[in-house]
Design a protein around this ligand. Sequence first.
Ligand code: TRP
Length: 333
Amino acid sequence: MGRIFSGIQPTGNLHLGNYLGAVRNWVNLQNDFECLFCVVDMHAITVFQDPQELRNSTREVAAAMLASGVDPKKHIIFNQSQVPGHAELAWIFNCVARMGWLNRMTQFKEKAGKHKENASVGLYAYPNLMAADILLYKATHVPVGEDQKQHLELARDIAAKFNNDFGVPDFFPLPEPQIFGTATRVMSLKDGTKKMSKSDPSALSRINMTDDADTIVKKIRKAKSDADVLPETKDGLEGRPEAKNLLGIYAALADVTLDDVCTQFAGEGFGSFKKALAEVAVDKLGPIQNEMRRLVADPTSVDAVLRDGAERARAMAAPILAEIKDTVGFLKA
Ligand code: TRP
């Protein structure tokens, strides 16, 4: 059985894009893989986080996984900072990865923007920590979205260079991207060409996992659409980014294909389609949101799940980390 590692950052509110693009797919992997799902709080602090908000977000993300149906007994849910091996291996990888490799990372260039001199060193080294996350457990498969593919490539390069430099050809597996046939790239409700994002200034652009039913209905009603009726097949959605996004969200929530949605609503306008979308959204998200609210109100139980997960993660990582240190030439503790 393959081993999955995936991470999600606890920064700001979790939204529909995080759920449909990541968490929901994780739930589906549980039968075919041994899974580690990690709240990557150490990645989060590569840009400043208010400490209390970081604590809250860490619990909220864990609550979302639990509420969505990730089984914390069969699999491991934990937060990164509770397993020191991530930081230890990241340092070793800082010494394996080349400046030139990191200089090519497009996400750093985007996030640092014009003020590269002012970005944290952590933001620059971020992909090395991500490689450490995965390889600390010798994970074989990593579910990633489009935006993380380059980082996963780098993790493979680091694994290969480590294996080669230290003459241990099969030590680290080269982790494979796990691409979902059904992964949904959820776009802003106000601009179908931009990803749904927690940092979008317009609150109407995203559905948060903590939004109540009335808010969800309102945001869908106010979502940008177009004046055409819905097409008969998904080909008719080309050049209509907002229509494509809203139908894509419907398809993901109702668990049907984009063509199915088109067949069902062909010829109708957005007035009636949005009503149907709001209904399915409230229907599908409601129970998850209720469970999330219950969990967030009971931080002690969420913390206990995370602590238990971290303990098992440390145990899984321990022999691998010991072998890595020995391979590098560190004396045994
Ligand atoms: N960098 C990922 C993101 O921002 C999160 C992440 C951290 C991750 N470590 C990982 C994803 C390991 C997959 C595997 O989305």
